[in-house]
Ligand binder design. Structure first.
Ligand code: ACO
Length: 444
């Protein structure tokens, strides 16, 4: 099969959000810490009527409807998520309700989990299936769905929530360059969820930042090496038109792109910029700790960041970290902003999941045919409209919601308020969890 990749995308995020500026005041931190320090504008969150299952039901149903896909045409469904609702029953099986109605139960795939990386694992599974001998000619469907919530403290403003559905097949407008992937996986305790009674992770913030950047370096070097073997020339930032990063918060994305330039500089003396010359003798470890290096590279990178990264930052800045959906929400932003001029461009993607697993891979953007073309994808996703129609909650109400959700997590025998007044038509919502922990949803 040729040009296997993403044919269509739909994104869903809760209409409920809290402004980071109001959170700064509420939390009593210095003004600018979340908005400039973390680079975040706003944070979406699930109220008691939404969860990762309802969000993914909404995203999948909407994708099938809006692109005119018959549920019988789906042959594989893979879900990436790190939000545990059940330790055995996959989120994928909940989504089967959509397909059973049409009589299609012949759908391979289950859930993939490793922090924010599960969505990428699910995506690779689908792409590999379409490229393989076992492909039966039908579409693959990938769903990334997460609700990112943190205990009170410095990590709380880096929460978020969303679900993204992606249709996979040949002749895609967003085609994988499968030969030039670079991965880095290792055993660390930077962010993990060992307490099964709580939805909140245990997180070593500083370690997670360093792990992210070390994984980035390692993936980039492998990615470059594979490119060089294949193309016979060196890869540098100039060879990628856009760079899209997993986005826990925007400041880390700024640092990441600067880090790629530092890598180019370290690998190739010809690129030696006067401003980076003083850092040429730093050891690897020292380079992660040096504030001067960080500042110098970010300064050198600024114009390139504005051109190659900034167009892919809107949704993560507005929603927050969406864990498995975060990288793809960044990519959604790029389509939203640049769909008219992306044909022929190379987009480099960096996926990171704590624990840790990471991969750098790339897309080649092609013309595509309606409904599978970028302009239609942008229209269907309607990112601008969805962002505009949100409802801002005051921080107190957000904190109150988090408290309710703490009690609801892992609980049984309750009915929700069923208040779907803020949800748009077609949105699924949770109505009840019965005495056997069975979950029930309705569609507005
Ligand atoms: N105005 C402007 N900037 C400010 C202000 C202010 N008033 N106050 C602080 N800052 C800056 C700091 O200088 C810092 O910037 P820097 O990194 O460039 O130095 C930034 O704001 C953050 O401040 P810190 O004091 O470093 O923040 P803190 O340690 O309180 O928390 C952290 C940040 C560690 C990211 C925390 O939010 C966290 O643990 N998040 C979850 C973990 C995470 O997302 N890790 C990323 C990879 S793993 C994953 O995806 C889950």
């Amino acid at each position: 099969q040729k040009n296997v990749g993403i044919l269509a995308i739909e994104i869903y995020f809760p209409p409920t959000c809290v402004q980071q500026e109001t959170m700064e005041a509420h939390d009593g931190v210095s003004k600018g810490k979340y908005t400039i320090g973390l680079g975040q504008d706003c944070m979406a969150f699930c109220t008691e009527v939404e969860d990762v299952i309802s969000m993914s039901l909404t995203a999948v149903t909407s994708l099938l409807e809006k692109y005119g896909i018959d549920p019988k045409q789906i042959g594989r469904l893979e879900v990436g998520s790190e939000t545990v609702i059940d330790k055995s029953k996959s989120i994928k099986t909940f989504l089967m309700q959509i397909f059973e109605e049409s009589g299609n139960t012949d759908i391979e795939g289950v859930d993939s989990t490793n922090a924010c990386y599960g969505g990428t694992a699910a995506l690779f599974n689908c792409v590999n299936w379409v490229e393989s001998n076992s492909w039966d000619g039908r579409y693959g469907l990938v769903v990334c769905t997460d609700s990112a919530v943190y205990a009170e403290g410095p990590a709380r403003p880096t929460g978020g929530a969303a679900a993204i559905a992606m249709l996979i097949g040949p002749d895609a407008p967003i085609a994988f360059e499968s030969k030039i992937r670079g991965s880095h996986m290792s055993h660390v305790y930077d962010f993990y969820k060992p307490n099964l009674a709580s939805e909140y992770p245990v997180v070593d913030g500083k370690l997670s930042q360093t792990c992210y950047l070390m994984a980035l370096d390692s993936c980039y070097n492998r990615f470059c090496n594979k490119y060089e073997k294949l193309e016979g020339k060196q890869f540098s930032v100039a060879d990628g038109d856009y760079f899209v990063f997993h986005s826990p918060y925007n400041k880390l994305v700024q640092k990441s792109f600067a880090r790629l330039l530092f890598n180019d500089f370290s690998r190739n003396a010809r690129l030696l910029k006067k401003k980076l010359a003083p850092f040429s003798n730093l050891s690897g470890d020292e380079s992660y700790q040096s504030r001067d290096l960080e500042k110098a590279t970010q300064q050198v990178a600024k114009p390139l960041y504005d051109a190659k990264v900034q167009p892919a930052t809107l949704v993560p800045k507005q929603i927050g970290n969406m864990y498995t959906a975060s990288l793809y929400a960044a990519f959604v932003s790029l389509i939203h902003n640049k769909h008219a001029s992306l044909t022929g461009q190379r987009v480099v993607m960096f996926s990171y999941g704590s624990g840790l697993s990471a991969t750098m891979f790339s897309f080649q953007i092609r013309e595509g045919q309606h409904p599978f073309c970028l302009s239609n994808i942008a229209t269907v996703m309607n990112v601008g409209g969805k962002l505009k129609s949100r409802h801002e909650f005051p921080p107190e109400k957000f904190v109150e919601t988090m408290k309710v959700m703490e009690h609801r997590y892992g609980a049984k025998d309750f009915v929700t308020s069923k208040d779907c007044s803020l949800l748009s038509p077609g949105t699924y919502y949770l109505t009840e969890v019965d005495s056997m922990y069975r979950r029930f949803y309705a569609k507005k």
